[in-house]
Design a binder for this molecule. Structure first.
Ligand SMILES: [Zn+2]
Ligand SMILES: [Zn+2]
Length: 793
């Protein structure tokens, strides 16, 4: 959150020492490096002896693993699917990319778990509870994932699950089955070299089934279940910690609003930024880039010579690689040995594995690093301690997954130290209230409501004191007012208004060609594990500001005392009239104020205030209507609001469509109680929808066409003939088209697809690829008028 960090007063406190600590060439033990020094909360004190219900599965995992528990496996699978769906489509929109890593599918294959919809009744019958845990979040590249099942009917469950294992073994000719034991727990392991199947299955206790894709992670979980490791070291279990119990006092287990619960503990976040994981992942990334480069060099070789290379040496000799991979700057930083994969589409590292399924970090912890790496980590810690201190809070998220609703709630745990969260908590403090209770016009498409800690603002504004000190002038739009006015202002805020503010977006034809669909993708896709491109908070605010420029907006304030509010508005009229009569020319900018009062068709008094800075003019309108005070960017919004308050249609103004004139009942909702609430009212998207749809479809086209370069590269390589080689291609037509997509997918480690359901075809000369819906990059096509296939809004 760069913006938030910018206002954090701790930033100005002292200069960090970022002098290098080590000589670049020296060898440094990772265990000698210290992580960020941010404190933990006093959990025991915060828990204050309470004993909330903790699931047995939380007591089966180490405290430095992330932990996700679901009431049913079906809900977990739904969440997986929804995650893939939303993740995929939002990325199409935000980054104009149409490829998917298919993380959920890949994991299910690795772990030999089938999720056919027909199996769901079976799962619901035999699985009582399920959890997912792991030591780091790099699931897309390759990470340890362990599933824990509490089973109701072990015999039925095992028959099925064992069958899945045998199926996976049969499906991979190179898979190997081994058995072993750890801390007295017998396990079965099935793995192939590429690791697209990699599963360890065991039953450490009656009614508990484990499935992990990593032996190292499996051992950590078994040690947690048994309470100690092989050498007798006691293992701290997540479910036994005070912090987890504290989170469960805020989000109780078994709440009907909970299908799933995600918890990222303090030790997990410490591990994320700690030296071992940071340096291990850094080395793995360098290696990963080499493995991918090998794949691209190999493709180039195939295109030039009409056959795949035999070895890395041959690639280097042919000049298709920048040198010999595995030597000098092109070697694995963690000492791995590189070879060409069996299908020649990537490199394989003896330490970090295959590019499509990297060996999880938990299996390859870096023990010794160079002085240069240690210095880099040291600089990171210095930065972290300065800027990112608030990151050390655990994160708890509650999920509700149903076809109609995908609901995500999170809690921000209170911090002891001064930080962004405390300022947020104090801004939004006080007792939670039912938010968003004012009537809403039909054309309200998006709302964000906040419960403000008003008393805090009164202090900050100095209104309380100023109101009490007669004779001291204050300034409203540059004009001095008197103490009476200040008293009214203080009264207005403290007694007149309620504790809330709402921001609302209105349905309208967007004025600028601003891509709102892309902005929304940006807003909600930000930070969803897209690696280095994941967005921080800054873009969120920019996107929000741009959206408000683009569509009519209004602010709503619930009114507590109508008379106080009206008095203040009347008083303000005088001040504003004076301001409007006095021209502001001759100062640093030539601008004029404009102010007038008018009646809404329903009788309420409205005010308009304009700021003219020729040729631009910024206007806003306000009125108290019923129990709400509204400030709007367009006059017709006030009319709609007045109509909504009266429960009758407002007059149709300014050529707005008649559909806008219906009203909607006030929205009082027990679910809406809290400090902040965001609501997307998709049912009201009428005018914006054609524009959104077109923008959406345009983004889909761009995303689709962005795939064509990778696909044509693959097509050229596959259709290349060796010198003297004659005869037709081994594959042709659809089979060749499929082979091209498959090769591109393996080379890039993602799946390339047309989001509109088009299919990719290779031209007869094998040089270009086109989409059946969108054409080619040179001759793009955009289906016009048609509803886009992937729009789900
Ligand atoms: Zn490596
Ligand atoms: Zn397409």
């Amino acid at each position: 959150m760069p913006i938030a960090a910018a206002v954090d007063p701790t930033l100005t406190r002292g200069q960090a020492n970022t002098q290098p600590q080590y000589r670049p060439g020296e060898s440094v033990a990772v265990s000698s490096l210290a992580g960020p020094s941010v404190k933990s909360h006093p959990w025991e004190r915060m828990l204050a002896g309470r004993r909330p219900d903790i699931s047995p599965l939380a007591r089966d995992v180490p405290d430095d693993f992330y932990f996700v528990e679901f009431r049913t496996l079906t809900r977990l699978l739904d969440a997986f699917d929804a995650g893939d769906l939303w993740g995929t489509h939002l990325f199409n929109q935000a980054y104009r990319e149409a490829d998917t890593a298919g993380v959920g599918e890949r994991l299910k294959r690795q772990l030999a778990i089938e999720s056919d919809p027909r199996l769901r009744p079976f799962y619901d019958l035999v699985v009582e509870e399920v959890a997912v845990a792991g030591s780091d979040p790099f699931v897309r590249e390759g990470s340890d994932v362990t599933l824990l099942f509490r089973v109701k009917q072990p015999e039925i469950f095992h028959a099925r699950m064992d069958a899945f294992l045998s199926d996976a073994e049969r499906a991979h000719a190179d898979a190997r089955r081994t058995t072993g034991q750890y801390l007295g727990v017998a396990y079965v392991q099935i793995e192939n070299p590429e690791r697209d199947v990699s599963v360890i299955a065991a039953d450490p206790e009656p009614g508990l089934h484990l499935r992990s894709n990593s032996l190292a992670a499996f051992r950590r979980v078994v040690a947690a279940i048994k309470g100690k490791t092989e050498d007798g070291t006691v293992v701290r279990r997540l479910g036994d910690t005070a912090e987890f119990a504290y989170a469960r006092t805020l989000m109780p287990r078994g709440d009907e609003r909970e299908d799933g619960f995600i918890y990222l503990s303090d030790p997990f976040i410490r591990r994320l930024v700690g030296p071992e994981l940071k340096l291990t992942e850094r080395r793995r990334l360098v290696c990963y880039n080499h493995l991918r480069m090998i794949g691209h060099a190999s493709l180039l070789f195939r295109t030039e010579h009409g056959r795949w290379p035999d070895s890395l040496e041959e690639l280097a000799r042919a000049g298709d690689a920048p040198g010999l991979f595995g030597e000098g700057a092109l070697s694995c930083p963690d000492g791995g040995h590189y070879t060409l994969s069996a299908d020649k589409t990537t490199g394989v590292c003896s330490r970090h594995g295959h590019a499509l399924h990297l060996t999880p970090n938990v299996e390859t912890p870096a023990a010794q690093v160079t002085g240069a790496e240690a210095n880099e980590y040291h600089a990171f810690v210095e930065d972290y301690n300065r800027y990112w201190r608030f990151y050390f809070d655990p994160v708890a998220i509650r999920l509700k997954v149903s076809p109609e609703q995908y609901r995500v709630e999170t809690i921000i745990l209170p911090l002891i130290d001064n930080s962004v969260y405390t300022s947020l908590a104090s801004a939004l403090g006080g007792k939670p209230e039912a938010l968003d209770s004012l009537p809403v016009p039909r054309r309200d498409i998006f709302s964000a409501s906040f419960r403000l800690n008003k008393e805090k603002y009164l202090d900050d504004l100095g209104l309380v004191e100023k109101g009490a000190k007669p004779g001291e002038p204050a300034y409203v739009f540059g004009h001095p007012t008197d103490a009476a006015m200040n008293a009214k202002a203080a009264d207005f805020v403290s007694r007149g208004l309620g504790n809330q503010v709402g921001f609302h977006l209105y349905d309208a034809h967007p004025t600028f060609d601003l891509n709102t669909a892309s902005l929304l993708g940006w807003l909600f896709g930000s930070g969803v594990g897209h690696g280095a491109r994941s967005l921080g908070g800054e873009e969120f605010y920019i996107a929000l500001a741009l959206t408000s420029l683009n569509s009519p907006v209004y602010l709503s304030f619930p009114v507590r005392d109508a008379k106080v509010v009206d008095d203040y508005l009347t008083q303000l009229d005088t001040v504003l009239s004076v301001a409007a009569r006095n021209e502001r020319r001759g100062r640093w900018l030539d601008f004029e104020y404009d102010f007038y009062k008018y009646q809404l068709p329903t009788g309420e008094t409205a005010r308009a205030f304009g700021l003219r800075l020729d040729p631009a003019r910024l206007r806003f309108f306000w009125a108290r209507v019923g129990s709400g005070l509204y400030v709007a960017s367009k006059p017709f919004i006030l009319e709609d609001l007045a109509g909504a308050a009266q429960g009758q249609p407002p007059s149709v103004a300014q050529g707005q469509p008649a559909g806008a004139s219906q009203t909607q009942a006030a929205n009082v909702d027990a679910d809406a109680t809290g400090h902040a609430l965001v609501r997307v009212r998709a049912q009201n998207w009428n005018d914006v929808l054609p524009d959104y749809r077109l923008a959406w479809a345009e983004n889909e086209r761009e995303a689709c066409l962005n795939n064509l370069a990778a696909l044509s590269d693959a097509a050229r390589a596959l259709s290349a003939r060796a010198a003297g080689q004659t005869g037709g291609q081994a594959l042709s037509g659809e089979a060749f088209d499929r082979a091209v997509v498959e090769l591109a997918d393996r080379l890039h480690g993602t799946h390339h697809f047309c989001p509109e359901g088009g299919t990719y075809h290779v031209s007869p000369d094998g040089r270009t690829v086109s989409c059946s819906v969108h054409g080619t990059a040179d001759a793009p096509r955009q289906p016009v008028g048609a509803r886009c296939a992937s729009c789900r809004i």
